[in-house]
Design a protein around this ligand. Sequence first.
Ligand SMILES: *Cc1c(COP(=O)(O)O)cnc(C)c1O
Length: 485
Amino acid sequence: MNKQDQPLIFEISTPGRIGFSLPEMDVEAVAMEDILPSEYIREEAAALPEVSELDIMRHYTALSHRNHGVDSGFYPLGSCTMKYNPKINENVARMNGFAHVHPYQDERTVQGALELMYDLQEHLIEITGMDQVTLQPAAGAHGEWTGLMMIRAYHEANSDTDRTKVIVPDSAHGTNPASATVAGFETVTVKSDENGLVDLEDLKRVVGDDTAALMLTNPNTLGLFEENILEMAEIVHNAGGKLYYDGANLNAVLSKARPGDMGFDVVHLNLHKTFTGPHGGGGPGSGPVGVKSDLIPFLPKPLVTEKDGHYFLDYDRPQSIGRVKPYYGNFGINVRAYTYIRSMGPDGLKAVTENAVINANYMMRRLAPYFDLPYDRHCKHEFVLSGRRQKKLGVRTLDIAKRLLDFGYHPPTIYFPLNVEECMMIEPTETESKETLDAFVDAMIQIAKETEETPEVVQEAPHTTVIKRLDETLAARKPVLRYQA
Ligand SMILES: *Cc1c(COP(=O)(O)O)cnc(C)c1O
């Protein structure tokens, strides 16, 4: 049956039909009046559909198939991509000793959990080239804010209170300026040059005595490595500012280059991207933050610490910015990331980066004859195309994204970064096979041909989904969540 034709559960409801039957009760039933005030007791039965067990199972299974996830199809989003979700992670996270610990348990009874957190911190320190890590923040943006609050506390501790500005490139992820604003800073934009990299002359122009930090991701959101990073670090450090690294997508450099060696002072990681935590539906995530030694005093408290083989939560941190999350972070995601890092090992993590980068370059080269490539050089884990050639024929990037749905793909990130016209940003990830990459490229090539020959097929897409084009703003602001006959 076509997904569109799946009957809705209310429509197949038949009075008296039930999903299951239980044996007669052989104890006396408690009267509803004895346990609930009368105003809470229903006078009529709820208008629920009456269906068999099979009908209800098929209903929910059909609904679940309407979602696209990394387990159902290729998901080459770009920037916020859901990467690998190994199933072994789920087995480990569900082990009783991990799943059933309580945050108020005595330290002596959760030594294993604390050891895992401590070891994870140590691994992340090694991976990022930082001196200490906190696991508390619950997401990437939360990590950004935590890092900036530490930078703020650092400048304040040095009585350097006029540093009110955070510099971000025009290609930055939207959370960067947002976090800077929430942390009480003013953001200043630095331009990209014609190669898609931070314009050094413009950086020299905007940096100054009022610079608190430069926020950067490397490779940047165009998928390009900022090759002048050491010079940029020197410019910012000489002005007294700190360097913040957005490490949400570390699969571009894992085991190859470390933010700490590039001159960064603070870095956040998204364990729910690079380190295989699932992040559908907004969470739970985990955004650990690593810092260089001069920022360690400001880390959130408590910090998981070890002494003589005993693991404990260190609250004795007088300069700490305080707690940024109830309890100690999203522990279940820590368990998954730890499982991943330990099962991959250093060579495995290096292979992740090599595969992510080669996959992206392979797709970019295959697509280059059909779409404009704004920056024609090797990319890292992702790349951007421009749909400006198709726009001249009346097909916009939004149409291309909608048409991809007909082929069963999650579309790439579109209209971001903002500095590329009709932008499509594509991240294949390290785990996809050549066959999958080729099939996606073939679909994109077919869409490019349709744009020339039958543009209305693309302009009117999607044709095969349950819902056609939504007013996305209205859908987000006023979602219709109830079934209406
Ligand atoms: C995903 C992402 C973020 C934000 O992470 P959240 O966990 O969604 O808050 C920040 N920067 C970049 C580059 C990202 O891809």
